[in-house]
Design a protein around this ligand. Structure first.
Ligand code: NG6
Ligand code: CA
Length: 513
């Protein structure tokens, strides 16, 4: 009898432990702005996002959900390492030839999850480099170190972004379908005088370029960088989204016993915005709208598959973006012409490349049927917090010298009543140490060490603010002035000093956790 009671107790303990370890799927969109979804205010006349809207309705929709940077690489770096990217060199937008920018010995989010017994995978856009420092990707050999060396059991990747060469999939350590007789060469110098480029063969392109993006042509689109060979391995831009869904389902299917962690890194809506033919014209906003509809379809497919496999109640989905919106990001895809009254950054100013709210305040939804009560939350949460939050939830103690800025906001992500969210957040642009945003409660400090806004790139969505001279420091009250128009630094000198010192302390301390 005693033995039976004992084993029953053990059994229920095991069940409890199991119940506490949800599968985790992070769906990260690319360049998706705060106002780009129906559930965040997009007009259904412009585009419809029923599947993501459903996540928001049946889950928790955050109004202060952020990514940590306003470009892709630093956000992804800090999402996986739990440490702000500005603390480390060479964490800005990675070029096609970049080696892995996360040192192999870094304790990462997937490392932590593996420690907790999870199977881990990344499917989609990587953009964190592949190969050893100083060497970079060896395309015809084993591509490592890469995701597998920093905590992922499986990867199926687009190596950088699709506007950068090469257009091939990387499965685990290899370029998929690479014919050794047709080796892949990738470089930043034109390989021969007669190599066709977006400049020499501009009239053959199916989508024209507007700035940059005029090197090697593949699938009628010229890219950043050059490549030759690897023909059997090359994919069509139109098929990316379908591939991510297919590979994700396949991997979930194999690992459905759980617990598992899937990082679904969508390429939508990054340029070149090339939806599958069946999504072309599904919005009135041309390509930029159509790929949002495609992204929404992907989300629907994943949720449907979880339901089919009976995993819905055991799986927490976190939907987020890697940076704010941009219109023309290098291709003539009518993004600005067809924007109409659509407000890609919602009520916020700026977008991709900027430290205004529009650069990093993005859609953020947590969804876990049966556990997360549907609602809207104004708690401050960030993609950088996944490591700290899940670690605490799973009973893993983070090493002291790891995940230096990842805070435990799990209670907020679960919508618990007394949850507080982050007390502060540092926002960065692409550069390291040029510009920062610093939010504490409703106060927002802008620090432009470059003394210019969005100095990095042309982002036409920024309107008048692009490259504009600004004071090094400015202070805003987001509760009254979400668009950051009225600098209150002269009116509130004490708060200004406190904010400046607060930010400087976190920069000097090298950590904020
Ligand atoms: C910029 C590219 C832009 C985009 C961005 C990275 C040019 C002129 N612009 O350098 O098109 O690729 O890098 O975007 O080349 S991100 O979302 O991956 O950070
Ligand atoms: Ca991006």
């Amino acid at each position: 009898m005693k033995i039976i009671t004992y084993s029953l107790a053990l059994f229920s303990l095991a069940l409890m432990a199991r119940a506490k370890k949800p599968n985790v799927i992070v769906i990260m969109a690319d360049d998706l702005g705060y106002g780009d979804l129906g559930c965040y205010g997009a007009n259904p006349k412009n585009l419809k996002t029923p599947n993501i809207d459903k996540l928001a309705k049946q889950g928790l929709k955050f109004t202060s959900g952020y990514c940590s940077a306003s470009t892709c690489t630093p956000t992804r770096y800090s999402f996986l390492t739990g440490t702000y990217a500005f603390r480390r060199k060479n964490t800005g937008i990675a070029p096609p030839s970049s080696p892995l920018i996360i040192p192999e010995d870094t304790y990462t989010l997937p490392d932590m999850l593996k420690q907790a017994g999870y199977k881990t995978a990344v499917v989609g856009k990587w953009h964190l480099g592949l190969g050893s420092p100083g060497v970079g990707p060896q395309w015809n050999e084993q591509l490592k170190p890469g995701p597998r060396e920093i905590g992922f059991d499986y990867n199926f990747l687009l190596p950088t972004t699709n506007d950068r060469v090469p257009q091939v999939y990387v499965e685990n350590h290899r370029v998929l379908n690479l014919d050794p007789k047709d080796p892949l060469w990738v470089g930043m110098k034109k390989p021969s005088d007669d190599h066709p480029t977006g400049v020499t063969h501009r009239d053959t392109l199916k989508m024209d370029w507007t700035h940059g993006h005029n090197h090697t042509i593949h699938n009628g689109i010229s890219r950043i960088g050059y490549y030759t060979g690897g023909h059997a391995a090359r994919f069509r831009d139109e098929d990316l989204a379908d591939k991510w869904v297919e590979k994700s389902k396949e991997w979930i299917g194999k690992n459905k016993k759980g617990p598992f962690f899937l990082f679904f890194a969508s390429h939508d809506l990054h340029v070149p915005r090339i939806p599958h033919e069946r999504f072309r014209g599904t919005s009135v906003m041309s390509y930029r709208g159509d790929v949002i509809v495609q992204l929404d379809w992907c989300v629907g497919e994943i949720v449907k598959y979880l339901k089919k496999e009976g995993l819905e109640k055991d799986t927490m989905i976190i939907f987020c973006s890697d940076n704010g919106p941009v219109g023309d990001d290098g291709y003539a895809d009518e993004s600005l012409e067809k924007m109409g009254d659509h407000k890609a950054a919602g009520i916020y100013s700026g977008g991709k490349y900027s430290i205004f709210e529009g650069g990093t305040r993005t859609p953020f939804i947590t969804y876990w049927p049966g556990t997360i009560k549907p609602g809207v939350s104004d708690k401050l949460v960030c993609t950088i917090d996944l490591a700290g939050s899940l670690a605490n939830h799973l009973g893993v103690k983070l090493p002291k010298d790891a995940c230096l800025d990842s805070l435990d906001v799990m209670d907020s992500m679960l919508g618990k009543k007394k949850a507080k969210g982050r007390p502060h957040l540092i926002q960065q642009d692409n550069g390291r140490g040029n510009n920062y945003g610093y939010r504490v409660g409703n106060w927002k400090l802008q620090r432009h060490d470059s003394k210019k806004t969005s100095n990095y790139q042309v982002n036409k969505l920024l309107g008048g603010q692009r490259g504009q001279k600004v004071p090094q420091f400015a202070l805003f009250d987001l509760s009254q002035d979400p668009a950051e128009k009225n600098d209150l630094s002269a009116k509130h000198p004490q708060i200004m000093t406190k904010m400046k010192t607060g930010l400087q302390k976190f920069l000097d301390d090298g950590r904020s956790r």
